[in-house]
Design a protein. Sequence first.
Length: 254
Amino acid sequence: MPRTSTRPQEAAPDERTVRIARKRFARRQWARRWLALRRVVVVLLLAAVLAGAGWLVFFSSVLAVEGVEVEGLDVLEPREVRQVAAVPLGEPLATVSLEAIAARVESLAPVKAVDVSRSWPDKVRIAVLEREAVAVVERDGVVRGLDDEGVLFRRFPSVPETLPVVRISAGTRSEALAEAAGVIDALPASLAAKVDHIAVQTVDDISLELGNGRTVFWGSASESSSKAAVLEVLLRQKASVYDVSVPGQPTLKR
C-alpha cells in the first residue's frame, strides 16, 4: 500500500507581501544607483569649483593688481621704486612675475636686496634693503656714498663728519673700491680718527693720509686687522711714511 506524504504544502504569498518585496527590491536598486550617481555629482561639483577658482584667480579682474606697497626706503622715494618696478596694474595678481619686478628694482644703485611678494587680494609688496654708506668718495666736487661692497650708490650735498673720505683716480676700478671698504671696516676707532682720507689707486695700492702730512702705505685689504695693530705701534715713532703692506716686516721713513 503506497505511503502518502504528510508534508504540508507551502501557501503561496499573498499579493500584499509581493508588493512589499518588490518595493524593497526597488529601493535597494535605487540606493545602489544613487550611490554611484552621487560620486559622479561630487566629482563634477569639485571640478566646477576648481574651474571657477582657477578662472577667478588667473583670468578674472576680481583679483587683479590695483596697487603697489613699498617698504624700507630711506634714500629712495617710493615713486622711484614704483616707476622702475613697472608692476602691471590691472593684470591678475597670480600671474604677475615677481622675479622680473625684483630684477628691475635691483637695478637701482641704492638697492642692496629686495623681496617682492603678493599681498592678497590686489597688491604687490616690495620690501627694499638699501645700501648703507661706510665712507664717501670725493671727486671733482661730487660726494658719493660708498657701501661695504665697494658700490657707489648715492650723492651727499657735502662730506658728512661721521664718514671717512676716499679719494680715487681716473683709473680706479670697482674692485679697488671694494678693497678700500674692507680697509675701512678693519680700522679701529682710535686709528680712524687720525685718518684725513684714504687714497685708492688699485686693489694693491691703498694708502691712508694722516694729519700733519703723514702717509701710511697699506697695500691691499688682506691682513688689515694685523696691519692696524702694527700701525698703532709704529705711530709712536715720528716718520713721514709708514709701510705696513707686509705687517710682519713694517718699515718707516723719517
